[in-house]
Structures are given as structure tokens and as C-alpha cells.
Design a protein around this ligand. Sequence first.
Ligand SMILES: NC(=O)c1ccc[n+]([C@@H]2O[C@H](COP(=O)([O-])OP(=O)(O)OC[C@H]3O[C@@H](n4cnc5c(N)ncnc54)[C@H](O)[C@@H]3O)[C@@H](O)[C@H]2O)c1
Length: 284
Amino acid sequence: MTIENVVVIGAGTMGNGIAHTFAQFGYTVTLVDVSTESLHRGVSTIEKNLDRQVKKAIIEETVKSETLSRITPSVNLENAAVNADLIIEAASENFEIKASLFKLADSVCKPHTIFASNTSSISITSIAAVTSRADKFIGMHFFNPVPLMKLCEIVRGYSTSDETYSIIETLAQKLQKTPVNVQDYPGFISNRILMPMINEAIFCLMEGVASAEDIDTVMKLGMNHPMGPLTLADFIGLDVCLSIMEVLYDGLGDSKYRACPLLRKMVAAGCLGRKSGKGFFTYA
Ligand SMILES: NC(=O)c1ccc[n+]([C@@H]2O[C@H](COP(=O)([O-])OP(=O)(O)OC[C@H]3O[C@@H](n4cnc5c(N)ncnc54)[C@H](O)[C@@H]3O)[C@@H](O)[C@H]2O)c1
């Protein structure tokens, strides 16, 4: 099966990066969002990021214009989905939203259309179960910023077929990503390992083991991490970190995934990291 027409649902942080990447590698993309404001913001972010790629001589000016010409914004999923070979969803991290989008797409798509979700933490198996094509349902977990980050976790739901896996693995390679084969368990690989590390750094801060700066310095200089865990948590958003810890705790049932009380307290206080101007550090 050949994938040519791709529908990306959600024009936010991840959706615009995914649309940019597919279009840059020659796919025809319809970028769908419920909000026209998000669509405008998404397309202008793609333009800015393409400009940056041109300035850094990663792509040529003609690639920029060709990439943009392949992206059509739309607020109508029903129309966009009819001709799609692949639907990749990067809407808000909420099961009900994702389930209703895929149910709608399932009712209008062609039988061969593959469905992929970019969810960070929701079970691929349970979203697939609301559709009539669980064998053609898979996780494509990209990383931010999508045009730059090489990894794509390819998450196999309980019913994902070998054929679907193989098509999506080849597709990720065509996008110049490195695909990693992951079974559908909470947090996949990335967040199952990353979030407990961030959570432990927050426990260290709460218990007064060291200051936020010193915790980050240890992990940067001692472990060669490019960014300390508390800076990274601020970047991801503390509310997102808390909700992923809850997914790990609920899904794996082990007390080692208990969210640090300081993390809960900061989220309750509205200290969400960069996006709120304050988390473990302060942002202008
Ligand atoms: N931000 C990250 O670093 C990151 C990394 C990997 C995966 N993810 C996952 O990607 C997904 C999107 O995350 P994000 O950070 O881009 O979120 P975001 O809030 O930046 O964007 C979400 C977009 O979805 C749109 N949306 C909401 N409901 C919709 C609907 N019914 N139909 C169409 N569009 C709808 C919103 O208008 C918004 O533009 C989530 O599942 C998240 O877990 C995020």
C-alpha cells in the first residue's frame, strides 16, 4: 500500500510539527483543527520553522515553498478524511476527544486507511477499540520539535497487524526518523523511564537533598544530560508530568510511580513551568 494523502488532526505544538515533516518529505497533508485560530497559528509556526531551516542551510528556499504548498488547513475532518491513506491524530491528550475523532473518521474513511495516534500516555489498544479497524490502528509517538527530533516510538496495540506495523515503520524511515518498536504498556519506553526520573528529582528537591539548580547540575555534568530534569519538567509542563505519573501509577499499580506531593502542590498552585512563567525556575 502507498501512503500519499495524510490527514493530521490537531494544529498545536505536535500537530504542526508532524504536518511540517510529512509535507517536507513530499506527502500531501490536510491539517485539521476545531479552532481556526489554532490552524492559523499552526501554519505560521510551520512557516517560521521552515525559514529557520533555510537560514541554517538544512533545506533550500524551494523546499520551503513546496512544503507549504502541500499543506491545506481545514476545520472539517469529515471532508478531509475521505481521501486519506493515513490519519495521524495529535489533538489534546484526552481519551474522549481522541475516541470521538477516530469514530468519525472511521465512518467516512476508505477501508485501507491507517489510523495513528501521537498520544504520550493513552492506551493505543483502548482508542483502537472504538473503531472497526483495530488491526490498522497504531501509535506514532513523535518528539518535540518534530522536524528536528529523530525518534519515533511505534506503538503496537493489542490488535495491530504486522502489515500495519511494517507500513508505518517504513514510513517513519522515509521521514528520516529512527523507529523503535514498542508494545502498548503505560508510558511506552520514553515516559516510563523519563517521568520516574523527573519525579525522583522532585522528591530530592522536596526532601531538601539539594537546590533545584544543583539537582540539574548533577544530571547535566555527571550524566551528560543536555538539560537537567527540573528544567526539562518546566519545559514539558508540570501538569503534563503529573498526568503521565498518574497513568503510570494507574496502569502499572506500583508505588514507585507515586507522584511526588510537591509536584501535586505546584500544579494545584498553577506553577506549571515555562507556560505559566514559573515552575522550578522562573521565566520572563
Ligand atoms: N507536547 C509534547 O511535547 C508532546 C510530545 C509527544 C506527544 N504529545 C502528544 O501529542 C498530542 C498533542 O499535544 P500538543 O502538545 O500538540 O497539544 P496542543 O495543546 O499544543 O495542541 C492540541 C490541538 O488539538 C486541537 N484540538 C482539540 N480538540 C480537537 C478536536 N476535537 N478536533 C481537532 N482538533 C482538536 C486544539 O485546538 C489544539 O490546537 C497529545 O496527545 C500529547 O500527549 C505531546
